[in-house]
Ligand binder design. Structure first.
Ligand code: GAR
Length: 203
């Protein structure tokens, strides 16, 4: 059994896509245990409650590991442990400390709205538009100690059209995110992800 913890900071549509997928496909091996938000009163918290998943807000001025150890405490309280857990960052807008990453080594996933390693960090859709790329997309990767730099699990592409705005492009990327993230959680639950250095082999 894999115990799932999801970390959010806002709308939580990716969290919702994972929870819907788990509900509809009854993946027996994955149990969503807790949704933690770095911000109070965000839309994602209400969505999690509708699924009947416990929620917790960890919002304070602490930084680095001082903040993250509170997150780890909550995860472990809900049995999302380094041995049996998977932590999904779903629009979670904080950088993780090295201690957090090392505690859950190759057990933290993130979704990012670009074809990494292009356009890491914030506002990736705008960066892609400003750069003039013809193709962008989204990536799910394991989290390492860098910024959006961990081994890539899977990606989906989105064609950029000449009249795309930030909103239209973001919406089309988001549609693909909602397909990609549950797929990666499923692969993890089937123990089909083999990390070899920078490469993730899907067995
Ligand atoms: C998503 O587009 C996600 O890829 C992005 O934030 C949005 C969250 O939406 N994440 C990042 O930019 C992380 N660097 P959601 O809250 O509706 O899932």
């Amino acid at each position: 059994m894999i115990n799932l913890g999801i970390l959010i900071s806002g709308r939580g549509s990716n969290m919702e896509s994972i929870l819907n997928f788990l509900k509809e496909n009854a993946i027996a091996d994955v149990c969503p245990k807790i949704v933690i938000s770095s911000k109070p009163e965000v839309e994602g918290l209400k969505k999690a409650t509708k699924f009947g998943i416990p929620t917790k807000v960890v919002s304070n001025n602490l930084k680095g590991w001082n903040y993250d150890k509170e997150i780890v405490n909550v995860l472990q309280k809900y049995e999302v442990n380094p041995e049996n857990g998977l932590v999904c960052l779903a629009g979670y807008m904080r950088l993780l400390s090295p201690e957090f990453v090392r505690t859950y080594k190759m057990r933290i996933m993130n979704i990012h709205p670009s074809l990494l390693p292009s356009f890491p960090g914030l506002n990736s859709q705008k960066k892609a538009l400003d750069y003039g790329v013809k193709v962008t997309g989204c990536s799910v990767h394991f989290v390492d100690e860098g910024l959006d730099s961990g081994p890539i699990i899977a990606q989906k592409h989105v064609i950029v059209s000449d009249n795309d705005t930030y909103e239209t492009l973001s919406d089309r990327i988001l549609e693909q995110e909602h397909i990609l993230y549950p797929y990666c959680v499923k692969l993890f639950s089937e123990r089909r992800l083999l990390v070899e250095g920078r490469k993730v082999v899907i067995t």
